[in-house]
Ligand binder design. Structure first.
Ligand code: NCD
Length: 341
């Protein structure tokens, strides 16, 4: 059994090499369960997993709920629109209500950066045993998405032995609205931890120069980076240059609801300069796979026919791999006792 130390999973900046290995090892075991006919295992029988989504979600929420059910946990699902939030209750009080009912893990999504972390601190101070799993907080972090993305890439590059190390030296391009993307930030930590180089590509308004320093220092409140040799982060403004030597490309939605002001008004121009199509993939030195966390805006960041081209698109595999990855995270949080944070 792994030496798992985390009580909460807020972001991937704290993840060590051993943590990535532990998640991959379990996800690889859980991934084959549907193939062997064993859809459900009793690992978390009697445990209570609660999804607390204050923000919209299609994939993440249902994937976490399915993951919990496949481990035989009880699942409670909170819906912001029909809750007492409407009567002025705070998110912390909402969280405490579910903790009083016995939640072992609260999976939280909220538009405000740091909400998950603040609730986690509160619980630690009060010696409350419940774990917090961040399912997206503002533009900060979306750890389970970063993990399922690197797991999908590792499965693509080496299907018979998908280990984190297989990403070492690979050039992975992330295109589009990096500034508002918690998915891009979690991928930056995860990919560079595995030794991959990340090429960020987008216009200045959605990709400020400061991103090249993103992983140079651990985030505030964290003294050390547990990863010794990270891959590089490189900014390129030209999609053609970025794609040329890439081993994979991930494109992102223009996250208008997270933008302050109209950063992009000319969608035709954005699509022309940064949209991914079969045509502009012709510059690549090899046939590279396409990833997208969803939801997709067809015809803006990616063309419809590329999206549906299963010989290129790993989007369906990202969705599938989300289940064993989230099973692994829930399993690790609920079954390991020694917590350092
Ligand atoms: C993303 C998110 O919510 O951060 N989606 C997801 O969880 N799969 C990406 C997005 O909103 O564009």
């Amino acid at each position: 059994m792994t030496n798992w130390k985390h009580k909460h999973i807020i972001d991937l900046a704290k993840f060590s090499r051993e943590d990535y290995l532990a998640v991959f090892e379990l996800a690889n075991r859980f991934k084959v369960l549907p193939i062997t006919g064993t859809r459900k295992i009793p690992a978390l029988q009697g445990r209570l997993i609660t999804t607390l989504f204050f923000e919209a979600s299609t994939r993440t929420r249902s994937s976490f709920e399915l993951a919990a059910k496949r481990l035989s946990a009880d699942v409670q699902s909170f819906s912001a629109n029909s809750s007492s939030l409407q009567k002025g209750e705070t998110p912390l009080d909402t969280a405490l209500t579910y903790i009083s009912m016995g939640a072992d893990v609260l999976i939280i999504r909220h538009s405000s950066t740091n909400l998950s972390e603040e609730i986690a601190h509160y619980l630690d101070e009060k010696n409350i045993n419940t774990s917090i799993l961040n399912a997206g907080d503002g533009v900060h972090s979306h750890p389970s998405q970063g993990l399922l993305d690197i797991f999908t890439l590792a499965n693509f590059f080496q299907p018979n032995n998908p280990v984190p190390d297989i990403l070492s030296g690979k050039n992975i391009t992330i295109v589009g609205d990096i500034l508002h993307s918690r998915v891009a930030r979690s991928n930056l930590w995860a990919l560079t931890a595995c030794g991959a180089n990340v090429i960020l590509c987008g216009p200045k308004s959605l990709l400020p120069e400061e991103f090249s320093n993103f992983i140079k220092e651990p985030p505030p409140g964290q003294k050390i980076d547990p990863i010794k040799n990270r891959g590089k982060v490189i900014i390129m403004r030209s999609l053609k240059d970025a794609l040329k030597g890439s081993d994979a490309v991930m494109t992102l939605r223009l996250q208008k609801e997270r933008m302050q002001g109209n950063l992009i008004t000319d969608f035709y121009r954005y699509n022309r300069d940064y949209g991914i199509t079969h045509e502009n993939l012709k510059v690549c030195e090899k046939k590279i796979p396409i990833l997208h966390p969803g939801p997709v805006n067809r015809g803006i960041e990616i063309s419809s026919d590329l999206l549906e081209d299963n010989s290129r698109s790993l989007i369906d595999k990202q969705v599938r791999n989300g289940i064993p990855i989230r099973m692994a995270l829930l399993y690790l949080l609920t079954t390991s006792k020694k917590h350092s944070n």
